[in-house]
Design a protein around this ligand. Structure first.
Ligand SMILES: Cc1cc2nc3c(=O)[nH]c(=O)nc-3n(C[C@H](O)[C@H](O)[C@H](O)COP(=O)(O)O)c2cc1C
Length: 407
């Protein structure tokens, strides 16, 4: 699966660095060629000798090594990799990447490269949850880095929480997905997910009950099928799916800006429950309840219609634009109207009335509305719906490649 792939493994100074010895071995078993850059701190945790023995390659450590710069300079290391994997990605290394520093071999390579970067962060929970680390991770993802993990669990420091290096198997799966020759490989997809929050004042907002489970499941299914996926997520309590890029937004306006910024894409799936209305002029300070005073009147304004905007773009319109219709009555009929009104190609309609468990649940029942008619799918898990949809998209966009394949 990874045969002939050139992977540059950057090992930074985290306690989980020892796991990268096994990772390097597993990558080679799968046919990859692994070159390793050890940071100065990384070399405190694993020896260059072990890494060289396991990769069968010289290990690179020094930005100013004369022999290295002649034989295999940092620019060559940066260019020749098909994928750069940073594992463990320490808080420190990600901070330096975010700041655009190039003060050692690892950061010089990471700044000089145009190749894809996969981060596998690992650190103590407090370090991971620190706003500085979270801001750096967000920034790096916005710049296109992908990430896998960290996982929650027992940490080497004796604490328990988020920050453990993703399992070697999960890192391998993320790499294989990256190089996947699945039915959607070579295609770019944009998926929106979750609700939007429209501020009333700094502490209150208008929201809805969307959990993001369906949108996230679709994004993951498309990535598993080989697509390069950007997930634009409203506020949800779900972890970012591995193997794809997640952008976090709050409002409909921000979601639209993130979607337009993620184009061009071959596929756009608008699964987010975007608020139709926002408060026209949100209060700058918290609105106070005055004794005896009438409740404030909220003047609403219409939010941008992201599905309609993407469907009718003059430039960069995705080849396939798919919307969701969340209805509580006449589900198929309303969805058929929506398909025409928005200019979308397909609509997935689902019933979100009370008792269906659609919002927040793990299963869903959808109707696929196309210009050819309505097809009702049986109740399935949200992950199964994602996989089924990925298969349909492959049939529509890559008919030859997906011939005979079921989702
Ligand atoms: C015993 C020990 C364990 C450490 N483990 C981690 C870790 O798991 N994650 C992390 O981000 N930093 C960890 N650090 C701190 C980093 O080693 C330190 O920030 C270092 O400057 C990272 O350099 P690098 O990013 O160039 O590899 C650890 C330090 C020590 C002494």
């Amino acid at each position: 699966m990874l045969s002939g792939k050139q992977i540059l493994l950057i090992v930074a100074g985290g306690i989980a660095a020892y796991k990268t010895l096994d990772l390097a071995r597993r990558l080679r078993e799968r046919g990859a060629c692994v070159r390793c850059v050890l940071t100065e701190a990384g070399a405190r945790f694993v020896t260059p000798l072990s890494m060289a023995a396991l990769t069968g390659e010289k290990v690179h450590q020094d930005l100013f090594s004369l022999t290295d710069e002649i034989e295999m300079g940092h620019i060559r290391l940066a260019r020749e990799a098909d994928l750069i994997l940073v594992a463990p990605a320490t808080a420190d290394l990600m901070a330096r990447m975010g700041a655009g520093m190039a003060n050692d071999l690892a950061t010089a390579v990471l700044l000089a490269t145009r190749q894809p970067i996969l981060l596998a962060p690992s650190m103590n929970t407090a370090m991971w949850e620190h706003p500085a680390t979270q801001a750096n991770v967000k920034l790096l993802k916005e710049r296109g880095c992908r990430s896998v993990g960290p996982q929650a669990g027992d940490l080497a420091c004796g604490e328990s929480g988020a920050g453990r290096l993703a399992d070697v198997q999960d890192i391998l799966a993320a790499i294989e997905t990256h190089f996947s020759s699945g039915p959607l490989s070579g295609l770019r997809a944009l998926v929106t997910s979750g609700p939007t929050h429209e501020p009333i004042d700094p502490v209150r907002y208008i929201a809805n009950r969307s959990s993001g489970k369906q949108g996230h499941a679709i994004a993951k299914a498309l990535a598993d099928a080989g697509a390069e996926v950007t997930l634009v997520s409203g506020p949800v309590s779900l972890a970012d799916p591995s193997g794809l890029r997640t952008l976090h937004v709050e409002t409909a306006e921000q979601m639209l800006a993130a979607c337009l910024g993620a184009l061009p894409a071959d596929i756009a799936i608008c699964a987010a429950a975007v608020a139709d209305w926002k408060v026209k002029a949100p209060a700058k300070d918290k609105m106070k309840k005055a004794k005896g005073a009438a409740p404030p009147a909220l003047e609403l304004a219409t939010n941008p219609d992201i599905l309609a905007i993407l469907s009718t773009l003059k430039k960069n319109r995705p080849r396939l634009v798919i919307g969701f219709a969340a209805e509580t009555q006449k589900v198929s009929a309303f969805a058929q109207e929506k398909l025409k009104a928005k200019g979308a190609d397909w609509i997935l309609a689902n019933d979100v009335s009370e008792g269906t468990g659609t919002f927040g649940g793990d299963s869903n029942q959808v109707h696929l509305i196309t210009h050819g008619g309505v097809e009702s799918w049986p109740r399935m898990s949200k992950a199964e719906i994602g996989a089924e949809l990925a298969g349909r998209i492959a049939q529509a966009l890559k008919p030859k490649a997906s011939k005979g394949k079921k989702a």
